[in-house]
Design a protein. Structure first.
Lengths: 395, 374
C-alpha cells in the first residue's frame, strides 16, 4: 500500500510534466487512430481514404481538428447553458485521468496505484454522467433519447466489463496493473481465460459505443444522440474522449489479456516492450474498426437482452470457474479448459444456427421476431395503443 | 400557429412527440413524420409530405408532349427510364402508335438496368439506415458502372430524356451490346458481393425480420404495389399481369416474399436484380437491327381523348393518365406514383414497434420524395 505522505514540490512538478506529456501523447494517439480508421475503413470499402493533406493523408486529422476549432460554438437557445458547456468536460476528464495509472511499460507510468484496476473501474463509470447531462442540457428530444439510451447501455454493460476485470484480479491476485502484466510473463491471460477476453471485448466495445453497439449516437435514428447539438471545439472534445476511450479499451485488453509489454520468450528491453505493447493495442484497435466496417447496428432491446441474458450469466460462470480453480488450487490449464467449455455453449448455439440453410435461418429469425412482438405488445408498455389526431392550424 | 397533436391523454401520461424530418439522415429526402413515442416504442405516426412539391402535374399542362418527358425524369429521380416509359406509353396508347421492335427492346434493356441501379441504391442506403456503412460503397460502385453506360447511351447520367413518343431518341453506341454483356457479368458479381455481406448477416436479420410486417390483404387495401406488395406473398407484377413492350417474350421469375416484413422487401429487391440481369441478357440475344422511330409528325398531336397506361417501376405500379384536347400539349396529366401509395401503409407497419424500427420500415418502403410530392 502506498502511504499518504506529504507531497513535495518536486513531486508535483514531475506529475505535472507527466500529465502534460500524457495529454500530448494521447492527442497524437487520437490523431493516429483517426487516420488509421479512415484508411482502414477506406480499404474495407474499396476506397483509398484520405490522400490529399500531407503524405498518405497523414495530416488529415490535424486539418479536421483545425477546422473544428475554427467553427462557431453554437448552442441551442433553450439549452441549460452551464450544464451544456460542462458536459464535454465531464466526459473528457474521467477518460483522461484514467491514464494516470495505466502503464506503458514496466516503469513508464505516472502513478502506479496499488488499486489501479479499482481506480480504472471507478472512473470509467463516470462518463455516463457526462453523456446523460449532455443529452438533457441540449433541450433536444434526440439528445435526450440518446442520453437515456447511453445510460441504459453503459449501466448494463458496465457489469460484465467489471466482472471480466474481476476475474483477472482474482487470478493475478493483485489490482496493480503492472503486477497483472508481470504475472503474464510466461502465459498471457487470453490463454488462461478466453471467456474473460471475449466478455471483456464485447462489453468494452459496447462501453465505448462502437459498431455494432453504437446505439446511443446512432446516426440514422437519433442523429448523433447526446452530441447532436454540439459543434466546434466542444464537439471536438467529445470526439477526443470517444477515441481516447476506444484506445483505452484496446490498451486494457492488451494489458489484462494479451500480456502487455511482455512476451513468453524472456525479457525485452523497455523500448522493444513498448513497441510490442503498442503493436498489440493497435491490433485490438484495428479489430474494433474492422467490426465497424462489417456490422450493422443492433436495436436497443436486442442490445439489452444480449447484455442481461447472455453476457451477465456468462460473467457469473466466469467468476465461478475461476473461484473453483483458485480455491482447490488446480493447475491453470484447468481454468483454460473450463473457460473454453463455458465459451463453447454460446458458440455451439451460434454454430447450430449458422449451419442451417440461409433461408431457413432467415425464417427462424422471422418467427423469433413475431414471437417476441406477441410477447411484448404495446399495451404492456403502460398504455393502450393510442391514436394521434392532428389539429390543423386555423387560419 | 403551429399544428397541434392531440394524443387524447391527461398531462401526466403524455407521449413524447418526436419530429423526424424533413431534415433527418434516415428520411431519404424531405419526408417528415411525427412519432408519438412511449419510451422507445412508437405509439402512433403522422406523416407529412409536400416539402418537395414542384407542381409537376400542372407544369405538364403547359409543355408539349415531348417536353413533358423531361418532367417525368424528375419524378422518381433514381429510375428515370421507367418513368419516361410510363408516360410515353400512355401517349402512344392515345395515338394508337406501335413503336418499332428494336426500340421496344432497347427500352426494356434500359428500364431493367435502371431497375438494378435503383435497387442497388436502395440496398446501400438501407444498410446505412441500419448502421452498416460498407455496403453503400459497394453498391454505389456498381451503380456507377450503370450510370456510365447510361451516359454513353443518352448523354446524361440521370435526366436522360431518351425515350420518345413512338420510339427512342437515337441509335445505341456501337459497342453497346459488348459493353452491356460485360456489365451484366460485373453487376452479377457486384450484387452477389452485397448479397453475401449483408443479406444473411445475423445483426441484419435481427434488425429487419418481423419488422413492419403487413399481410397481403392489408397491403392491397393500402394500395401497396411493387416489391412492398410482393413481399407479402402477392404475385402482382405489371410486367407479368399486364405485359407491355416485349416483357411477354422474356423468361423470368417474379420472386415473392413470405412474411411481408422489412427483410423480405429487401431480399426481394436483391432477387429482382438477378432477374433483371437475366432479362437484359435475353434482350441482348433477341436484339435485331432495325428502325428505332416510326414515320410520324415531328410534334406529337394526339387526338382528343384520354388514356391510362401503367408500368412496373422499381418502386411499384406507376400509372399515368393523360387527357388530350387535340393540341400539342396535354390537357391534364395525372400520375399514380407508387412511392406515394406505398407510404399509405407506413403507419400500420410502424405502430407498436421501436423508434429504430420506424427507420428500418421507412427505408424498406424505398420512397423517392420527388415522386411522392411531385
Amino acid at each position: 500500500m502506498t502511504e499518504l505522505t506529504a507531497v513535495t514540490f518536486s513531486e508535483v512538478s514531475v506529475i505535472a510534466a507527466a500529465l502534460t506529456a500524457l495529454l500530448t501523447g494521447l492527442s497524437i494517439i487520437v490523431l493516429s487512430l483517426v487516420w488509421i480508421e479512415r484508411k482502414f475503413l477506406g480499404r474495407i470499402q474499396g476506397r483509398v481514404g484520405p490522400t490529399r493533406v500531407g503524405p498518405f493523408g497523414l495530416l488529415q486529422p490535424v486539418a479536421d481538428g483545425i477546422k473544428l476549432l475554427f467553427k462557431e460554438d453554437a448552442s441551442p437557445a433553450w439549452a441549460n447553458k452551464g450544464i451544456f458547456w460542462a458536459a464535454p468536460l465531464l466526459i473528457f476528464i474521467p477518460s483522461f485521468v484514467l491514464w494516470i495509472t495505466i502503464p506503458f511499460s514496466n516503469d513508464w507510468v505516472v502513478r502506479n496505484l496499488e488499486l489501479g484496476l479499482f481506480y480504472f473501474i471507478a472512473f470509467s463509470v463516470l462518463s455516463i454522467v457526462g453523456l446523460v447531462l449532455a443529452g438533457w442540457a441540449s433541450a433536444s428530444k434526440y439528445a435526450v433519447l440518446g442520453g437515456l439510451r447511453s445510460a441504459a447501455q453503459l449501466v448494463s454493460y458496465e457489469i460484465p466489463l467489471i466482472m471480466a476485470i474481476l476475474v483477472v484480479v482474482m487470478v493475478a491476485g493483485s489490482m496493480n496493473i503492472v503486477a497483472v502484466v508481470s504475472n503474464q510473463e510466461s502465459v498471457p491471460y487470453i490463454a488462461i481465460m478466453p471467456l474473460g477476453f471475449a466478455l471483456f471485448m464485447l462489453a468494452g466495445i459496447a462501453e465505448v459505443g462502437r459498431t455494432p453497439f453504437d446505439i446511443y449516437f446512432a446516426e440514422s435514428e437519433v442523429v448523433g444522440g447526446p452530441f447532436v447539438e454540439y459543434s466546434g471545439a466542444h464537439w471536438a472534445v467529445f470526439f477526443l474522449a470517444e477515441y481516447i476511450n476506444t484506445f483505452l479499451i484496446a490498451v486494457m485488453a492488451a494489458l489484462l489479456f494479451l500480456g502487455g509489454w511482455s512476451w513468453p520468450f524472456g525479457d525485452l528491453p523497455s523500448l522493444a516492450g513498448l513497441a510490442l505493447f503498442m503493436g498489440k493495442t493497435y491490433l485490438v484497435v484495428v479489430f474494433i474498426f474492422w467490426l465497424r466496417g462489417t456490422y450493422p447496428r443492433l436495436r436497443i432491446d436486442q442490445l439489452m437482452s444480449i447484455g442481461w441474458k447472455v453476457l451477465l450469466p456468462l460473467s457469473f460462470a466466469n467468476i465461478l470457474i475461476a473461484a473453483f480453480q483458485l480455491f482447490y488450487g488446480w493447475p491453470s490449464w484447468t481454468l483454460t479448459l473450463m473457460s473454453l467449455g463455458v465459451l463453447a455453449v454460446p458458440v455451439y448455439f451460434q454454430i447450430r444456427v449458422q449451419r442451417q440453410p440461409a433461408m431457413e435461418r432467415a425464417r427462424m429469425y422471422a418467427e423469433r421476431a413475431i414471437a417476441h412482438r406477441a410477447r411484448r405488445p404495446i399495451a404492456e408498455t403502460g398504455a393502450v395503443a393510442r391514436t394521434v389526431t392532428v389539429k390543423e392550424p386555423s387560419a | 400557429m403551429a399544428t397541434e397533436y392531440d394524443t387524447g391523454q391527461t398531462p401526466e401520461t403524455v407521449d413524447m412527440m418526436l419530429n423526424m424530418g424533413p431534415q433527418h439522415p434516415a428520411t431519404h429526402g424531405v419526408f417528415r413524420m411525427v412519432l408519438a413515442v412511449d419510451g422507445e416504442r412508437v405509439v402512433d405516426l403522422v406523416p407529412h409530405i409536400g416539402y418537395l412539391h414542384r407542381g409537376s402535374e400542372k407544369l405538364m399542362e403547359n409543355e408539349t408532349y415531348a417536353q413533358v418527358i423531361t418532367l417525368f425524369d424528375r419524378l422518381d429521380y433514381v429510375s428515370n427510364f421507367n418513368n419516361e416509359l410510363a408516360f410515353v406509353r400512355a401517349v402512344e396508347k392515345l395515338m394508337d402508335l406501335e413503336p418499332p421492335e428494336r426500340a421496344m427492346y432497347i427500352r426494356v434493356i434500359l428500364c431493367e438496368l435502371n431497375r438494378v441501379a435503383s435497387h442497388l441504391l436502395f440496398a446501400g442506403t438501407y444498410a446505412l439506415d441500419i448502421g452498416a456503412m460498407t455496403p453503400v460503397m459497394y453498391t454505389f460502385r456498381e451503380r456507377e458502372r450503370i450510370q456510365n453506360l447510361f451516359e454513353s447511351v443518352s448523354g446524361a447520367r440521370m435526366m436522360h430524356n431518351y425515350i420518345r413518343i413512338g420510339g427512342i431518341k437515337e441509335e445505341l453506341p456501337d459497342d453497346f451490346v459488348h459493353r452491356t454483356r460485360k456489365l451484366i457479368d460485373e453487376l452479377r458479381r457486384g450484387v452477389e458481393e452485397t448479397d453475401k455481406l449483408l443479406t444473411f448477416n445475423e445483426v441484419f436479420l435481427a434488425r429487419t425480420r418481423g419488422v413492419g410486417m403487413i399481410d397481403a390483404a392489408t397491403a392491397i387495401s393500402c394500395g401497396l404495389t411493387g416489391p412492398g406488395l410482393r413481399a407479402s406473398g402477392s404475385t402482382y407484377d405489371v410486367r407479368k399481369d399486364d405485359p407491355y413492350e416485349i416483357y411477354d417474350r422474356l423468361d423470368y421469375d417474379v420472386p415473392i416474399g413470405e412474411y411481408g416484413d422489412s427483410w423480405d422487401r429487401y431480399w426481394l429487391r436483391i432477387q429482382e436484380c438477378y432477374q433483371s440481369l437475366r432479362m437484359i441478357d435475353q434482350c441482348l440475344d433477341q436484339l435485331e437491327p432495325g428502325p428505332i422511330m416510326p414515320q410520324m409528325r415531328r410534334i406529337a398531336r394526339p387526338p382528343k381523348g384520354e388514356a391510362y397506361a401503367h408500368c412496373e417501376n422499381p418502386r411499384g405500379d406507376i400509372g399515368v393518365f393523360v387527357v388530350s384536347d387535340g393540341t400539342n400539349k396535354p390537357y391534364r396529366v395525372k400520375v399514380r406514383p407508387p412511392s406515394f401509395c406505398n407510404l399509405v401503409a407506413l403507419r400500420q407497419m410502424v405502430q407498436g414497434s421501436y423508434i429504430a424500427d420506424a427507420v428500418v420500415v421507412l427505408g424498406s418502403l424505398d420512397i423517392v420524395l420527388g415522386e411522392v410530392d411531385r
